[in-house]
Design a protein around this ligand. Structure first.
Ligand code: ACM
Ligand code: ZN
Length: 774
């Protein structure tokens, strides 16, 4: 709609509002936010039965809409093809294909609701579908609850003109680590459809299981789809514990066709991923002759990266081309994902076949061999009219000519690809890995690690600043990745993706100027009600209270609290007790001038929401001293600000909380000079440990205590935490008795293990240590 016209209508509406009986426009909670919405005062109350009117070519979309009503409500919505008959008897939903404003483009739509019915217009079929999704989101949540009587329908007087910001809007699902039923895959696709995603990236092969039937190679599923048992918990280090249960499953080609068809009806393209050359242990277990060494191999029973990968000899390419020939018969997708990530080169370095290949092809090293491998597969797929997508490692050793890069190790891969004129899809671990925690790990089910809150996902910007406008056109969109090592059930998968996939949907669909976090927070509450009605499992991580501390000039702290839930009531305590109903209710910021252990939780309708937050503050004698630190800590944590060591705020069990300082692969020296000598009984050092996140305890500490008359040397080892804690995040608090003296300064030396130990999956790479508070 023309902007001036919009303003005229808006002013007219307000004028009308001012002169007539006061009537508020109804609010709507559409996610992703449509790019242009005009809501007029008034309400359309639907007293007649609904009916869909459309031309035959919209039959697919019409049936979808009618089926949604049939499945979730007790309302039957008939479809009338062609001219509407008996007009007065129905409230009609018109689906008009090919009649919209040119500006809506390939996937956009217009939607208008008035007394004369509901009109959805689009140039192409996906647009009609997206219009339908926006319409469905205007129905009250109770409408989708099959157990409650259907409420009378009412709609706002609304006009929407909408089209997506990005052409690639993806969600991924790993079925290699854990397998999910056909009916759940369909449910997942339904969730994608609600949020206007158009690509489902289906990760079908892994070290821990091959999940797609390939007729020519029956052992891939007979052998490769079953693992003998599965690691319990996080793994950490040996001895590993296993569940002793065989685990397996795969999708038959018939099931795959059914799923592709189901997705196609929802305008979702399914991109299969066949991992190569790495993450291929399950295939090697089935066909050991495809490896560099003899084997035998076992389908992996624990997580990580494995050294046995496909060899680069000719018979491997024959195998892969035969597999891909069946894959492209099943998946009409333009893109086929070929993996390419995390392929250790150790076997290739020692394999005569691979070394021969390097020599014959004039390759520099094993990275160029990987590039050769990918390019050869690309050539095959291009010859069949398909394009490859690969994880960003496919940049190493030279990018295949037509490849699209999926940037996961940060955004660098996407930036490099775009600068080389290649398309890229953004899926950085920092914002798009939905296997990360979304709230305090203390209160969440086990996850791989990380911390990616709803707000963080919402604020993701897929176009990096490093790209100029021409290069930026190569960023096709963003994708949420769901790796399922720690998701054994479909309920857990839902929990990890909801509501974060709603936030990412708005990143992909809505132009930046139309996004608004506060508005989204309000809308997501309505979606929670819908999840309840649909029986979807979702995280209430956004209920978590953020406790903010702000230092004052006289050394005290202002404490303020907020949550991602608008107008939430927050209960808190200052003595470390669990806040219940009888404790204080937060009503604005307050000051603390003595040591406290704050605990806070959201109350909703008088019930605590179960996600506890904590922040301890200690008023100790080194508080406020700024230590000299060598080397400087990583800027990635707390901005590398060394005053964090002595600010009185204790680091929590999330080392990204802004209170921990991290050092990678180095010993650390910390010097604290007191302006006036102090008397102190103890010093305390705090360290963080999380092996899955490459964070280790230091080996030892040394403290030089400089008194007014003499200097004392103290030292000790830091034993690892007890066995039961090693797989989880843990904090070690080391209390050190000090000599009776007036202390002028403390010089603390912390000895780092520097490298991850042999048993760790990062063996030989830099180990992190995290310290706070001193
Ligand atoms: C990946 O997370 N290995 C792509
Ligand atoms: Zn080899």
């Amino acid at each position: 709609m023309n902007k001036n016209l919009l303003i005229v209508i808006l002013s007219l509406s307000f004028l009308w509002l001012a002169c007539e009986k006061p009537q508020q426009p109804m609010s709507v909670s559409i996610i992703p936010q449509p790019n242009k919405v005009l809501i007029s005062p008034g309400e359309i109350i639907v007293e007649k039965p609904l009916r869909i009117v459309c031309a035959k070519e919209s039959q697919n979309n019409a049936t979808y809409l009618s089926d949604v009503f049939a499945k979730h409500t007790d309302v039957a919505v008939p479809i009338e093809f062609g001219e509407a008959q008996n007009k007065g008897q129905f409230f009609d939903i018109y689906l008009s294909l090919g009649s919209a404003d040119e500006a809506v483009g390939a996937e956009g739509y217009q939607l208008a609701i008035g007394e004369d019915g509901i009109h959805i217009q689009a140039l192409h079929s996906p647009g009609i579908f997206y219009g339908i999704q926006s319409l469905l989101q205007m129905l009250p949540a109770g409408f989708f609850d099959i157990n409650t009587p259907t409420p009378t329908l009412s709609f706002p007087v609304i006009s929407i003109h909408d089209s997506p910001r990005f052409t690639y809007r993806g969600m991924h699902l790993d079925v290699g680590r854990h397998m999910f039923s056909v009916s759940f895959i369909k449910k997942y696709i339904d969730m994608l459809a609600i949020y206007k995603y158009n690509n489902f990236h289906w990760h079908l092969t892994e070290d821990q299981g091959w999940r797609i039937e390939i007729k020519k190679y029956p052992l891939l599923t007979e052998v490769g789809s079953v693992r003998e048992q599965t690691l319990i918990g996080h793994g950490g280090r040996p001895p590993f514990t296993y569940d002793g249960q065989s685990y397996g499953g795969f999708y038959t080609q018939e099931e795959i066709k059914e799923i592709v068809q189901y997705a196609t009806e929802r305008h979702i393209n399914v991109i299969p991923e066949i991992e190569l050359p790495g993450h291929s242990l399950a295939a090697l277990a089935a066909y050991p002759e495809l490896a560099c060494t003899e084997g035998p191999f076992e389908v992996a029973t624990r997580w990580g990266v494995f050294e046995d990968i496909y060899c680069s000899k000719d018979e491997v390419f024959v195998f892969l081309e035969n597999v891909l020939a069946e894959v492209i018969e099943l998946f009409p997708s333009k893109y086929i994902h070929i993996g390419g990530d995390e392929a250790p080169k150790k076997r290739w370095e020692h394999c005569p076949d691979c070394q021969k290949r390097i020599k014959e092809e004039g390759l520099k090293d094993e990275h160029e061999l990987q590039s050769y491998f990918i390019q050869r597969i690309e050539k095959y797929l291009n010859s069949k009219g398909r394009q490859i997508i690969g994880w960003d490692e496919i940049l190493e050793g030279g990018l295949a000519p037509n490849a699209t890069v999926m940037s996961w190790r940060g955004e660098e891969g996407g930036i490099a690809a775009a600068k080389q004129g290649h398309d890229a899809i953004m899926t950085p671990g920092s914002h798009c890995y939905f296997d990360h925690y979304q709230a305090n790990p203390e209160t969440e089910p086990l996850a791989i690690g990380g911390y990616t809150s709803l707000k963080k996902v919402y604020n993701y910007r897929p176009i990096p600043r490093e790209l100029n406008p021409e290069e930026a056109k190569h960023i096709l969109g963003a994708q949420g990745n769901v790796w399922t090592e720690y998701m054994k059930t479909s309920d857990h998968v839902q929990y990890m993706v909801l509501p974060r996939m709603a936030a990412l949907a708005e990143v992909n669909w809505t132009h930046r100027e139309n996004k608004n976090w506060k508005h989204f927070q309000n809308k997501i509450q309505q979606h929670f009600l819908r999840y309840n009605a649909l029986g979807y499992n979702y995280s209430k991580g956004s209920y978590k209270v953020a406790i903010k501390t702000e230092p004052t000039e006289n050394g005290t702290y202002w404490i303020s609290m907020e949550t991602e839930i608008p107008n939430a009531s927050i209960a808190y305590t200052l003595d470390g007790e669990h806040p219940g109903l009888a404790t204080s209710i937060y009503d604005g910021k307050f000051e603390v001038n003595q040591s406290v252990a704050i605990k806070a939780i959201v109350l909703e309708n008088g019930v605590t929401m179960g996600l506890l937050s904590g922040q301890s503050i200690t008023f100790h004698k080194a508080k406020g001293m700024v230590p000299a630190v060598k080397p400087m800590p990583s800027k990635s944590f707390a901005g590398g600000d060394v005053s964090v060591f002595t600010d009185g705020l204790l680091g929590s069990d999330n080392f990204r909380d802004g209170n921990w300082l991290g050092f990678s692969g180095e010993d650390v020296e910390i010097n604290i000079e007191f302006e006036v000598p102090v008397q102190a009984k103890h010093a305390q050092l705090r360290f963080f440990q999380s092996h899955p996140q490459w964070v280790f305890l230091p080996l030892k500490w040394h403290m030089e205590v400089v008194g007014e008359s003499d200097t004392t040397q103290l030292e000790g080892a830091l034993a690892d935490l007890p066995e039961i804690q090693i797989n989880e995040s843990s904090i070690l608090e080391k209390i050190i008795d000090l000599p009776e003296a007036s202390i002028k300064s403390l010089k603390i030396t912390i000895t780092s293990p520097k490298k991850c130990p042999d048993w760790h999956r990062g063996a030989g790479q830099d180990a992190w240590i995290f310290i706070d508070e001193i």
